[in-house]
Every structure is written in C-alpha cells, then in structure tokens.
Design a binder for this molecule. Structure first.
Ligand code: PCD
Ligand SMILES: [Cu+]
Length: 788
C-alpha cells in the first residue's frame, strides 16, 4: 500500500515531493537564527565555568574583571540568591543551580557570568575572574554512587544517599515464573553510553527586558517556546514577570534533536541580567560549552534477560537498569514517566510476560537525559530488545530473521496490548522485514557469508526490527509541568483565498513550513504554495507544547487537518448559499464544491473565501478561520526493519558498512522527499553513536572528549550510502493516518549495526559489543579471541 495522491501538483497536498519552502531562505543565507539578531545597545554575556567536577567555592574575586573597560557587570550565585533565582526547577521536579552559591557539581558547570559591551571583552573578563575552589571527592561511576561510603551529592536536598528514584512496570512474579519454566535463558549486560546531540547551532538567547513596558522578549533556541514562557512566569512571577509580559520567540533553529528542550542556566542568567540592567543581553554558547555542559543523552547501564522455549518462542523479558543522571534529574520526559517510554522494550514481539525496573542515581556529571533523536528512552529500549533477540538467536543457533518472524506481533493482533501496558495502534512487522530481506538479498548474502567464513573472512549481517512510540499526548497520560500534551493549529483564510496557519510546535529543520501547508492543501484544496506557516512566537502562535518526540505530525499535523475541516464545513455553508442549493446537494473535491448531478455548477475555495468577507450568508459571522487543539487518543507506533551488512578488516579492526537497507513505516506520508531526508539524517545519527560518539570522563570527573577532536562525529566521508524503502500501515486514529517519523531511524539503526558486527565475530564466541564500536575495540577482540 502506498499513500494515495489525491491532489494535482498545482495544489500539492499529501504525497507530493514538494521542495521545501524554507530552503530558499536557508540556501540564500537568509535564515534568521538567534545569533543573527542584533538589538540596539545589546550587551554580551560569557560564563566562568568550573575546572573541577566537585568542589566547594571558597571565594569569587571579580575585581580585576570589573575594572576592565567595557565590563558592565559580573553576576554570581550570591547575586541571584537575593531574588531567589539561584536555583530553578527541572522538568522532572528536581532542582538545578542557575549559579552556585556553595558547591559545583560537574566540570564546566556555570560559576559566574560576565556582562560586557562586546563579546571579546566578556571572554577576556571571564579569564580575569579569580575563583578559589576546595576540591571535593567526586562521584563519577554510577555504581560507585550507590556504595554506602560514597560522598553524598545532594545534601542540599537533605539526601543521605545518591539514589534518585526507582521505577518499575510489569508483572514481577509472572515474569519470574516464566523464567523458571523456560527452556532457554539468555542474559546480557549492555551499556548505552553518554552522548551529545551536537546540533550545528549551539544554544543561546537574547533577553530583552523593556523597563518602560515591563515586558520581556526572549529570542531563544528552544524547541518548546510556550512551555518556556509558562515556566518563566511560574519561577519569576515574584519579580514581576507575569505571563502576558513575556514573549518567547524561537526564530530559525539550527537543529534541536532534543538538546533544545531543557532550560539551561545560561538563559536564566541572561534574563536576570537584562531585567537588572534594563538592556538586551545576548548569550551564545561556544562549541566546547555546548559539548561539555549541555544536556547529555542515554547513559543507561542495562542488564537484560530473555526466556524462551527451545524452538524459539520468547516467553518473558526482564530488564534492570541503572541510569546515570548527573547531579540533578533534568531529564526531558513527560512528568509521569521518569524513565521516559523505556517500557516499549518488548519491541515488535508478542512477549506475554515482562518486568522492567530502572534506578536513577546522582553523579558529578552534567545533568540531562534528553531524547537525542529518540522519544524519551526509546533508543535504549530498542537497543536492548534488538540486541537480546540476536543474543538468543545465537544461543539457539537459529537465524535471527527466523527468530523474529516467530515472535512478531502479527498484523491481525492490532490494536495490540503489550505486556508493559501500551496499546500499539497498527503494524505489519513481517511485511517490513520481508521487504528489507528481499531488497538486500538476504538468503544470497547468508550463502556468501558461509563461503567467506570458510575462507576466514569476517562478514556480518545484522537486523533490527524496531517499534517506535511517538506523538505524545494523549493528555490524560502525558504532561510537562502539569501542562497537558496536546497541540494546536490556528488557520485563517484571507479574502483572496490565501492562508496563514500558526502552530504550537517549532521546526528546527524538519520542514514544517512545507508539510503543514501540504496538509492544509490536502484538506482545503488551497495550493500549498499559498499557505504561509508560522511557528515559534508565543505572542502570535496558539498554545502548544513544541516539537520533540516526533510529535508534530501526530499532534499539530492532526490539528491542521481538523482546523481545515472546520473551515471546510463553514465553506460548505457559504457554497450552498452562493449556489442556492442545500448543503446536502454539494460534493467536495479538493478546492471545489460542486452541485451533485450538475457538475458545472460549482464554486472554488477561493471564491468562497472572497464571499466570506464580501457576500456571506445573512446571519453568519464574517470571516473564514478556525482553531483546533488536538489531543490524540493514543500515541502512534511507527516501525521498520533495517538490515546492515559489514565487512571487517582483520588487520585494523575497521568495520566497513557495505550495505544498509532501511524499510520504514510511518503510515501515510505527507511529503515523501522530507521523510526520506528524515530517514537519511536519522540513520546517520544512529550510525554516529553506534560507531563513534561517546562522552568519556576520567575518575576525577574530567571530560576526556570535550572537543570534536575527541568526540567524533561522522562526516559525509564515513557515512554509508543508505538504501531506503517504505511500507504504509496507516494509523487508525490519526485524521490523516500518519505517524511520526523524525526519530525512527536513529532509534532503529544502532542495533542493526552492532548485530552485524557481532554476527561477523560470532564464530569466535563473541556475543556482544557495547557501542561505540571503534576500530580499537574490534582490533582488541580480534587479538583476545585469537582471530589474528
Ligand atoms: N508520516 C509523515 C510523518 C512526518 N512527515 C514529515 O517529516 C517531518 C518530521 O515529522 P515528525 O516525525 O512529526 O517529527 P517532528 O515533531 O516534526 O520533529 C521532531 C523530530 O525531528 C527530527 N528531525 C530533525 N530534522 C532536522 N532537520 N533537524 C532536527 O533538529 C531534527 N530533530 C529530530 C528530532 S530529535 Mo527529539 O527533539 O530528540 O525528541 S524529535 C525529532 C515533518 O516535516 C513531517 O511533516 C511526513 O511528511 N509524513
Ligand atoms: Cu545546547
């Protein structure tokens, strides 16, 4: 099944490969990012950061800095303390320092801020500030953090240990029993390392407080502008910042990937500085600050077990995880889900019994737990289950594809209720895997592998058949700081039949200006080229929760369709009036109402729009517009099957990805070209942590990968050529049958790569390798296992 294309290219509704409207601006260098904005009298901020992972601050001496020409102010925790702004709440109900008054908790933590007339002066003044520290014993290893004699980090909260929370889901006893009765049990430790999103644009803001109006405008790199406005009003209401006086503008954003969901201390300091000084203050992170201090992702230490019958029917899953959260729980999750949606870990398989528990601990590392292209711990879940299925296949001596087919949730089981409580909306897992196998020539590859193995060559084939869970709400389960997770569209049709649509989401490169216009074109027949899309200004956009967790299509995209349908209903009334027939006598085709049986009697949507302002039916309100707040009845569950083929160089341990086939299913597709782009980008962001990315700390808590010299990112040179394909299984509850897709590939790819590498090395007794799979790691294994 393919997405049906119902509109001609002149209208460009769903299914058209429309070029992105926003790209003209980007390609001409006319994008408007926060750092492009310069306001009159603007001051610049730079930040003093801690060299220690754990230390007491004995003194801060800013005298030399303050004496420098152009330095306007130095702000410390003690200054903020006067206004009770030295701490701020995190999304998970923990507390985070804006600036410390007493102790620093990780290397590169903010210690003080300089405000100056020039960015360079600010940087020089940072060097001139003398901070005296008394180093304290750091807690770096999360397992060490739980030992009884480990230093307690959050004494400020009255804590007596470093344990943050315990979370569990599933039936512990039934799972236990299934394990006791199992023919086969496999167990594996899996570490999913700390990584960082590394968007092209770092974080930053301009805080512009206007003392005359008492109004604060913040230009900010945020994925969720409305939430920031409300949160600011809640934490700074006591200093006069009430919500109608706050305007958050998220201009063009150079990549978000989850890293621009949290509120970083730098934003709050810049806002405080602007309010205190009555001038605009700009703060833009540099690359090292972004890498060293911004929210991390992953860092899950997983112990996973599968129970199965000897013919390969999986009967139970058990997972125990230790989550390293850094010094505060600043994860970006919906409030009720401390471990995000990790409980999607039964994956694409019909597993009757499952039990999962996660414990979170404090360490002397930066906080975070953001959803690096993953809707809240789904990558961790997928990696665990997709690795475990291969571990089991290896133990049973069974082909991993065969084992998957035997355990897939079957197409007729949807809506499928998982053992851990989710209701999967739709899926056809066997079809996606079969398609991927056909595309790559699976059976032939296995034959080739056997021959080459006989010659001692290392070739591996890895599969990942993942299920994603994206599109939060529904609001009965999902909220952020108590704000329900719906999303919105406000649609206004102008007299000449053109439109403006505003949304509560915020594109960071995804192409919303194009795809939302296509949705409205699909529903109203107004050409997508005539629909202007706006997001990211809280003074004009309807309230929404923002863009992350691949939620824009499932929520705001649905809202666009619903708002357009409301407009169409009013348009129908106007059409009936204009054609002097009753509404029931009208037929709709995109852009035109026709009289049934008299097809030459018709009015176009443009004529109707004009009439709405010039000749509307007596008794009807003028105008043609609608607002819709869409609260999805369920999440959407996109899925896919990826197959990766690798060749390993025995001499160097270098893994070469020979082929990678990705079959994705996100239901109906709005713009196939954008979806392909999303998959290509997503695969590359799955390849990156699988092969290169990792934030590494030494035992003192010093970051060893604090620059791109050590924190490796793939360039076009290392990135394999992706082969993509699609199946289409519509979501039954989404008005367009669409599911989110932005994160699928990042979630699904790493396991396919690791499974391929392990497959290549399995004849030598290798059952698992933790990511990133560096040449050195492989080289060491080759030597340890006596392969070379
Ligand atoms: N079916 C379908 C689906 C979808 N689509 C398309 O595609 C895109 C995407 O979507 P989605 O899935 O809904 O999502 P969104 O919400 O919009 O977005 C978000 C995502 O997105 C992705 N992608 C991207 N891209 C770019 N360029 N940039 C960026 O930044 C980014 N990021 C990433 C991430 S990470 Mo998170 O935040 O971690 O949570 S989440 C995420 C858009 O445009 C849309 O419209 C279509 O067409 N169809
Ligand atoms: Cu950032």
């Amino acid at each position: 099944m393919e997405t049906e294309v119902r509109t001609p290219p002149t209208i460009c509704g769903m299914g058209h490969r429309m070029k992105r409207k926003e790209d003209a601006r980007f390609l001409f260098g006319k994008g408007r990012y926060v750092d492009d904005i310069k306001l009159p009298g603007m001051l610049y901020m730079d930040i003093v950061r801690s060299p220690f992972a754990h230390a007491r601050i004995k003194s801060i001496n800013a005298e030399r800095a303050l004496a420098m020409d152009g330095v306007v102010a130095v702000i410390t925790g003690k200054d903020l303390e006067k206004y009770n702004l030295h701490w701020m709440p995190t999304l998970m109900g923990d507390t985070q320092m804006v600036l410390p008054t007493d102790r620093v908790m990780y290397q590169a933590q903010e210690v003080a801020a300089v405000i100056a007339t020039d960015r360079y002066i600010a940087a020089d003044a940072v060097e001139a500030i003398e901070v005296e520290y008394e180093p304290l014993e750091p807690v770096v290893d999360p397992f060490r953090a739980l030992e009884p004699d480990a230093p307690v980090l959050r004494t400020d909260k009255g804590k007596t240990d470093n344990h943050i929370w315990h979370w569990e889901v599933g039936d512990r006893e039934a799972t236990e029993r299934a394990f006791q009765e199992a023919d086969v049990v496999v167990k594996q430790q899996i570490y999913i390392p700390r990584i960082h999103v590394a968007s092209i644009e770092t974080c930053g803001c301009i805080a512009d407080y206007n003392p005359a109006e008492g109004k604060l405008t913040v230009y900010m790199t945020t994925q969720a502008p409305h939430v920031v406005r409300t949160a600011l009003a809640l934490v700074a209401g006591h200093v006069g910042l009430s919500e109608e006086k706050i305007r958050v503008i998220s201009p063009d954003i150079g990549g978000g990937f989850g890293g621009k969901v949290p509120t970083y201390p730098g934003y709050v300091i810049a806002i405080a500085a602007s309010v205190l000084l009555g001038k605009p203050v700009k703060w833009i992170e540099d690359r090292s600050e972004n890498l060293q201090a911004d929210s991390f992702a992953r860092d899950y230490h997983i112990t996973a077990e599968l129970a199965a019958t000897k013919d390969g029917k999986i009967t139970a899953l058990r997972i125990k995880t230790l989550a390293d959260h850094g010094y505060t729980d600043a994860a970006a999750n919906p409030s009720k889900f401390p471990a995000g949606l990790f409980s999607i870990c039964t994956g694409s398989y019909d597993i009757k019994h499952a039990f999962v528990e996660v414990d979170a601990v404090y360490t002397n590392k930066p906080p975070g737990g953001v959803a690096y292209r993953c809707s809240f711990r789904v990558t961790e879940a997928v990696h665990a289950i997709e690795r475990m299925v291969d571990v089991l296949a290896q133990k049973l001596g069974m082909d991993p594809a065969e084992l998957r087919f035997r355990n897939f949730v079957q197409p007729d089981q949807f809506p499928y209720k998982s053992a851990l409580g989710w209701e999967y909306d739709s899926g056809n897992y066997p079809a996606a895997l079969r398609k991927a196998m056909d595309l790559i020539g699976y059976e032939e590859l296995r034959r080739e592998q056997a021959e080459r193995r006989a010659r001692g060559e290392l070739i591996g084939i890895g599969i990942s058949s993942f299920t994603e869970i994206v599109g939060a709400g529904p609001s009965r389960h999902f909220d952020i700081l108590g704000i329900k997770m719906f999303d919105s569209c406000e649609l206004r049709i102008h007299p000449t039949g053109k439109a403006i649509a505003r949304f509560g989401t915020k594109s960071q490169g995804q192409g919303h200006e194009t795809t939302y216009a296509q949705i409205i074109a699909e529903e109203l027949g107004i050409p997508a080229a005539h629909v202007q899309v706006e997001e990211g200004d809280t003074d004009t956009a309807p309230y929404g929760l923002g863009t992350y967790a691949s939620r824009s299509t499932p929520t705001a995209g649905a809202a666009a369709a619903m708002a357009a349908r409301k407009v169409r209903e009013k348009a129908r009334k106007i059409a009936a009036y204009l054609l002097e027939v009753s509404e029931e006598d009208l037929e709709w085709e995109p852009g035109v109402f026709r009289v049934k049986g008299a097809p030459d009697k018709s009015v176009t949507i443009q004529e109707i729009a004009f009439a709405a302002y010039t000749n509307h039916p007596p008794g009807m309100e003028a105008g043609l517009e609608a607002v819709h707040y869409y609260d999805p009845p369920n999440l959407t569950f996109p899925f896919g099957s990826y197959i990766c083929v690798v060749d390993i160089d025995k001499g160097t341990g270098q893994v070469k990805i020979r082929r990678f086939v990705a079959v994705d299913d996100c239901g109906h597709v709005i713009n196939p070209m954008i979806v392909e782009g999303q998959i290509h980008g997503g695969l590359t962001m799955g390849f990156a942590p699988a092969m290169m990315e990792e934030l590494v700390y030494d035992e003192e808590g010093n970051i060893l990968t604090g620059s791109f010299m050590d924190y490796l990112l793939p360039t076009a040179v290392e990135t394999p050529r992706w082969e993509t394909a699609r199946t289409v299984t519509p979501s039954p509850h989404h008005p367009l049958g669409a599911k989110g897709v932005g994160e699928s590939a990042t979630v699904g790819a790493p396991a396919a790569i690791v499974n391929a590498v392990v497959d290549a090395l399995s004849p030598y007794g290798v059952t698992h390798i933790d990511i990133p799979i560096t040449p050195y790691k492989v080289w060491k294994i080759l030597h340890e296992k006596g392969v070379v």
